[in-house]
Design a protein around this ligand. Structure first.
Ligand code: C2E
Ligand code: CA
Ligand code: CA
Length: 430
C-alpha cells in the first residue's frame, strides 16, 4: 500500500525544481454507519475498497491508502491547485452515481478535505494536518474544502499576524482539537489535551507553533487563553453529557503565570464551573519568576485544576522547583520519546524521569508516542500515560466524541484491552 513517504518520490519524472503541487485528499464515507446497517459488518468493512476502485477508474495516477473503514487518503501531484480542485470535483461528481454492491445499488455520501502544497515544501505532517482540518471543515459545511499551503507560506510575517489576531479570536477563526491521553495500565482514555488552531480565511490552517509566540508578543495571549478556557469548559460539559466525563487539559503560556489579572479572571471562570480541567505549564515558566508562579499555580490547584508539567527535559530543568509545584503529572517531552527505540541515551533519561516523578508522587505521561515499540518500552518502564499519533492525532470535537464513543463500545463489548491501539500503519501511515 502506498504511504505518506510516497511524497518523497518525485513522480511523473518531474524534477524537484519544476513547480508542481503535492496534493493530499482525505475522503470519508459520510453515511458509513447507515450503509453498514444495510450491508452487514463484513461487507461494510471492505466498502472502502469499492471506493478505491471507483477513484482509480477515474484517476489512475492517484495513490490510495485506506486509513480506516470509512476513510481513504489520496495522494497525487498536479501542476496547479486549480487542476487538483478540478479532479477532486470529478471524483465528487462520480459519487453522485450509485455504486453497485453485490448486485444492489447504494448511494454513498462522500466528504472531501484537500490540502495542496508546492513541491518544494516537504512537511508531510503539516500537509496531513491541513487535509484533516479541511475534512473537518468539509463535514461542517457539506462541500469540498481545499487548503492551499503555499498561501500560508507567504503569510507568516509576524506583523500581519499580530494585526489580524484580535479579529481572528472574535470572528470565530480559532478552533480546538483534542488529543487523548491513554492510561497504560488501566487501558483507558483518562484525559485529553486541547490544542488551538487558527483557520485563517485566506491562508488556511495555521498551527500554534506559528502564532502562540505572536500572541504573546502582541499582548493577545491572555484573551486567547481565556477564550480557550471557556471553550474547553463548554466542550468538557458536552462530553460529560454524553457519558465521557474526562478531564480536559489546556496549555498555559509561561508568561501568563506572572500576570495577576489573567490569574484572577481565569480563577473566576474556573470557580463558576464544575467541569474537570487541567493546565499544562512548562517548567521554564516557573523558573522565570518562581515566587509568583508557584503562588498562582497553588491558587489554581486549590480550586480543583490539575496541573501537568509540560515538555519536561526540553528546557532548563530545575529539580528544586519541581518539588515545590503542586503538579500531579509530568509530561516527558516528545523529543526523548520519538527516539526512544533508536537512541542509547534517551531510554536512560526517560527511565530516570519516570522514577523521579514517581518519587515525587506524580504520574508520568510520555508524549510523541508514535510506534508500538515505543509504547511497549514505556509500559515496561512504568510510564503511566501515553499520548501520540499511535493512539490519535489531535482531532476536532466531533471526531473526538466519536473516538470516545467507539472506544466505549469496544470496552463494553469486552473488546481486547489494547483495542485503542491501531496498527502502526493506521495512524502514522509511514
Ligand atoms: P505541546 O503542548 O507539546 O503539544 C503537543 C504537540 O505535539 C502538538 O503540536 C501535537 O500535535 C504534537 N504531537 C502530538 N502527538 C505527536 C506524535 O506522536 N508525534 C509528533 N511528532 N508530534 C505529536 P501542536 O498542536 O502543533 O502544538 C504545538 C505547541 O503549541 C504545543 O506543544 C503547545 O506548547 C502550544 N499550544 C497549543 N495550543 C496552545 C494553547 O491553547 N495555548 C498555548 N499557550 N500554547 C498552545
Ligand atoms: Ca502541552
Ligand atoms: Ca508537550
Amino acid at each position: 500500500m502506498p504511504t505518506r513517504r510516497a511524497w518523497k518520490r518525485s513522480s511523473n519524472d518531474r524534477t524537484p525544481e519544476q513547480r508542481y503541487w503535492r496534493i493530499l485528499c482525505v475522503c470519508e464515507i459520510a453515511n458509513f454507519v447507515s450503509l453498514r446497517r444495510h450491508l452487514g459488518r463484513a461487507r461494510a468493512d471492505s466498502l472502502i475498497l469499492d471506493v478505491a476502485a471507483r477513484i482509480t477508474a477515474l484517476c489512475p495516477d492517484i495513490r490510495l491508502a485506506p486509513v480506516g473503514r470509512a476513510l481513504i487518503e489520496l495522494a497525487f501531484e498536479r501542476d496547479t491547485p486549480e487542476a487538483a480542485a478540478a479532479d477532486v470535483d470529478r471524483l465528487r461528481k462520480a459519487f453522485h452515481r450509485r455504486i453497485d454492491l453485490d448486485g444492489e445499488p447504494y448511494q454513498l455520501q462522500m466528504h472531501f478535505g484537500v490540502a495542496a502544497a508546492p513541491a518544494c515544501e516537504d512537511d508531510e505532517v503539516r500537509l496531513a494536518e491541513a487535509a484533516e482540518s479541511a475534512l473537518d471543515q468539509a463535514r461542517h459545511e457539506g462541500r469540498v474544502v481545499m487548503l492551499d499551503l503555499s498561501r500560508a507560506d507567504l503569510a507568516f510575517d509576524k506583523l500581519t499576524l499580530m494585526r489580524e489576531l484580535p479579529g481572528a479570536i472574535s470572528n470565530g477563526e480559532m478552533f480546538l482539537q483534542y488529543q487523548p491521553k491513554v492510561h497504560v495500565r488501566r487501558q483507558e482514555i483518562t484525559s485529553a489535551e486541547a490544542l488551538v488552531r487558527w483557520q485563517h480565511p485566506t491562508r488556511g490552517l495555521i498551527l500554534p507553533g506559528d502564532f502562540i509566540s505572536v500572541a504573546e508578543e502582541a499582548g493577545e495571549i491572555s484573551s486567547l487563553t481565556l477564550w480557550t478556557l471557556r471553550k474547553v469548559i463548554d466542550d468538557q460539559k458536552r462530553l460529560a453529557a454524553c457519558g465521557h466525563d474526562l478531564r480536559l487539559f489546556l496549555n498555559i503560556s509561561g508568561m501568563l503565570l506572572a500576570d495577576a489579572s489573567f490569574v484572577a479572571e481565569a480563577s473566576e471562570i474556573v470557580r463558576a464551573t464544575d467541569a474537570k480541567l487541567g493546565f499544562e505549564i512548562t517548567e521554564t515558566a516557573v523558573i522565570r519568576d518562581p515566587e509568583s508562579a508557584i503562588r498562582h499555580l497553588q491558587a489554581f490547584a486549590d480550586i480543583g485544576v490539575q496541573l501537568a508539567i509540560d515538555d519536561y527535559g526540553a528546557g532548563l530543568s530545575s529539580l528544586a522547583y519541581l518539588k515545590q509545584l503542586p503538579a500531579s503529572e509530568l509530561k516527558i517531552d516528545k523529543m526523548f520519546v520519538l527516539q526512544l527505540t533508536s537512541s542509547n541515551r534517551d531510554p536512560l533519561i526517560v527511565r530516570s524521569t519516570i522514577d523521579l516523578a514517581h518519587a515525587l508522587d506524580m504520574e508520568v505521561t510520555a508524549e510523541g508516542v508514535e510506534s508500538p515499540s515505543a509504547l511497549a518500552l514505556l509500559s515496561v518502564m512504568g510510564c503511566d500515560m501515553v499520548q501520540g499519533f499511535l493512539i490519535s492525532r489531535p482531532i476536532g470535537f466531533d471526531a473526538f466524541r466519536k473516538f470516545l464513543d467507539d472506544d466505549a463500545h469496544r470496552t463494553n463489548a469486552g473488546g481486547a484491552p489494547t483495542s485503542f491501539i491501531r496498527p502502526e500503519s493506521f495512524w502514522k501511515r509511514a
